[in-house]
Structure formats: structure tokens, C-alpha cells
Design a binder for this molecule. Structure first.
Ligand code: SF4
Length: 364
């Protein structure tokens, strides 16, 4: 089997390694580019949301590079993600590609299906499977930690680019680490180095929360590197979703009927009291939480035609008025361009800065 899978930020090399450790050849998916989106847009239905188009384009590129097996994730609930792999499979077959497709569904209610699916591409004994899964988890957890620390240091770093350089070095070093001991050593070293990046302690950066649909929040190539660009403007951007947190809460704990996400849903409740799929409820709840935690603003990343984020977007103006927190929605589709995004980010940052100055004058 020559496996490929959806590309996702700094996590992509970790999944390449995982599938190799499970005894497969891997065709690493390329980072999403204009060509990826053009291919996806050309062959997907016009109404489909951006993640479907990007992933479709990614699969076409990987199949052209020699992949013969696609492993992707499914979904349940009101969002359309649950049938997207079926649709992508149909489209790819109609284009003449010959391949196998595996969909890993959420654990809750699908445990035996997942075991059956995973067994299809596991070609190693159980001990090696355990090793592959534990090292993968540890690598993902350290990458999340690197990014968290980097997001804190980069807006106020003294030597421009030093945090990003260390982050990229750390991800590469984690990728090379072979076992849990090595991963921990490398991980701790880079968390420590990132935490010591020289910063201007006198600065008090604006604080912005980043909410929205999981794929566009996690994939910088799709969200126009919104966090890095805000950091370069001197703004601290807190990403509301990290892959290991999300997996722990939505796959493992949810399967055990333990719901730590309940808290965020409780925050959303005065405004939205029923599931709307995807991250719709989270987007509302996170905005409430950011407002109560003293953040200056919130940016919602919403794929065009994404129903959960459309529902959230229609509610956020009320949250914004009630709690006094500005919210900017960036709707992302194939028409969105870097210049437009940057102009809107700059205008939003300018607005937040003026609000802060006014608030300072009022309290003086
Ligand atoms: S959450 Fe939105 S963007 Fe993501 S798959 Fe569902 S409808 Fe599409």
C-alpha cells in the first residue's frame, strides 16, 4: 500500500512517520498550494466548503505522485464532513483514479469499525503498533507545546524570526527522534529554548482569540498564516484548537462519555443551546470565554458555506454587543486572497488598538 492522508500544518511529517512505522509505503501529501485549491475547486461541487475542496485537491496531487490508498477521517452530526469522504471517493473514481479509501470515524459508536479499518493498514505486530501510536501521540503533543510557546514569544521577540526558526528546528528534531525517551529529551529542550527567546518585556501586546472550523484553524496554508501574520504585527493570537487537546476531548473522553467540552458549551448556552455541528457551538462559547478573560478581540475563521460557522456568525454580533468584544469574521474560499485578508487584519488591529487607548484614557 502507498498511503496518503490529509495535510495538516506541522503535524504532517508525524503522520508520514506513523504510517511508515505501521509497515506501509507513504506518499507524503504536499503542502496545500494554489494548484491544490484549483484542482479541488475544478472537480468539487461549487457549494462544497473549502476543506472538501482542499482535501480533494490534495488527494489528486498525491494520487498523481503514486499513492494508491487514502486514509481520512469522517464525522457525525449536522455538519457535512460525515459524507465528504464518500463524495470525494466518487469524484476521484469518476476522474479515473484507482485507489482504496479508508475513513476513520469518531470512536463513539464506531469502535469495532475503527478497529477493522485500522487493521487494514497495520502490517506490524501489536507491540510495534503500540510503539507507533505512543511515539506519534508524544510527538504531536510536543509540537502543540512548541506552537503554544512560539505564539506567546513571537509578537514581542527582539530578534525577528527567532521564534519561528526555533519552532521549525524543533519540529524537524522531533521528526527525527526515534523513541519516547528521545522525543521527551528533544521536546523539553525546544520548549525550554522557545521559552527563553529574548523578548521586549515592556510590551503589552493586544490579545486576540482565533476561533472557527478545525481544518482552517489548524492549517496555516489555508488560513493565510493568520497567527504568524498577527504575531508579526505585534499581536498575541491564541489558537482555540490544538490537535492533541481536540483528540483527547472529542475522541477519547467523549467515547467514555466524559465531556470536558461541556464547559465551553455552557458558555455558549445563553446564545446557542443546541448542537449545530462542526465547531459552531465552540465558536460561540470560545468568544464568550475570550471576552470574560480580557481579550481585546476575536477572529472567526469560517469556510464559505460552512453551516456550523454560518450559524455561529449570525449569533456572534449579539455576543460582541453584550460582552463588548469586537469580532472579525474571515470567510475563506477560493476567491479569498492574501492582500484582502491582510487589509482586514490590519484594520481590525487598528480598531483594537484605538479601543485600548480610549479605555486607557477613560480610566486615567
Ligand atoms: S465544519 Fe464546516 S467546513 Fe468543516 S466539513 Fe463541516 S461544513 Fe465543511
Amino acid at each position: 500500500m502507498k498511503i496518503t492522508f490529509p495535510y495538516m500544518g506541522y503535524y504532517a511529517p508525524v503522520f508520514t512517520n506513523l504510517f511508515r512505522k505501521l509497515g506501509n509505503e507513504v506518499v507524503a501529501p504536499p503542502r496545500p498550494s494554489k494548484r491544490t485549491l484549483d484542482l479541488g475547486t475544478k472537480h468539487a461541487p461549487e457549494f462544497a466548503c473549502l476543506p472538501l475542496k482542499i482535501l480533494l485537491g490534495t488527494y489528486i496531487e498525491a494520487l498523481e505522485m503514486g499513492a494508491d490508498t487514502i486514509v481520512s477521517t469522517g464525522g457525525v452530526g449536522p455538519c457535512r464532513a460525515g459524507y465528504y469522504t464518500r463524495l470525494q471517493e466518487k469524484i476521484l473514481r469518476s476522474l479515473g483514479y484507482d485507489f482504496r479509501m479508508f475513513t476513520i470515524e469518531p470512536i463513539k459508536g464506531h469502535l469495532m469499525d475503527i478497529v477493522r479499518t485500522i487493521r487494514s493498514f497495520v502490517n506490524v505486530p501489536v507491540t510495534k503498533l503500540y510503539d507507533a501510536l505512543t511515539t506519534t501521540w508524544l510527538k504531536l503533543a510536543y509540537i502543540d507545546q512548541f506552537e503554544r510557546v512560539c505564539h506567546h514569544r513571537r509578537p514581542v521577540e527582539i530578534n525577528r524570526g527567532s521564534s519561528t526558526r526555533l519552532l521549525e528546528e524543533g519540529v524537524a528534531a522531533i521528526d527525527k527522534a526515534q523513541n519516547c525517551k528521545e522525543i521527551r529529551e528533544v521536546g523539553r529542550a525546544y520548549v525550554d529554548m522557545l521559552g527563553k527567546v529574548e523578548i521586549d518585556e515592556t510590551k503589552n501586546p493586544l490579545k486576540v482569540g482565533i476561533i472557527g472550523e478545525i481544518y482552517v484553524v489548524l492549517e496555516p496554508a489555508v488560513n493565510f498564516e493568520v497567527i504568524e501574520n498577527l504575531n508579526k504585527m505585534g499581536v498575541y493570537a491564541h489558537r482555540s484548537i490544538f490537535l492533541t487537546d481536540w483528540t483527547r476531548e472529542n475522541a477519547f473522553l467523549d467515547a467514555l462519555r466524559i465531556q470536558p467540552e461541556k464547559q465551553i458549551r455552557a458558555q455558549a448556552r445563553p446564545y446557542l443551546n443546541q448542537p449545530v455541528g462542526g465547531h459552531g457551538e465552540n465558536s460561540v462559547g470560545e468568544t464568550v470565554r475570550y471576552a470574560k478573560s480580557g481579550y481585546d478581540g476575536v477572529i472567526q475563521l469560517a469556510p464559505f458555506t460552512c453551516i456550523p460557522e454560518i450559524v455561529a456568525k449570525s449569533i456572534l454580533p449579539k455576543v460582541s454587543r453584550d460582552l463588548g468584544i469586537p469580532v472579525l469574521t474571515l470567510t475563506l474560499d477560493e476567491q479569498t486572497g492574501l492582500e484582502g485578508v491582510m487589509t482586514r487584519l490590519e484594520a481590525f488591529v487598528d480598531l483594537l488598538m484605538r479601543r485600548r487607548l480610549r479605555a486607557g484614557e477613560a480610566s486615567a
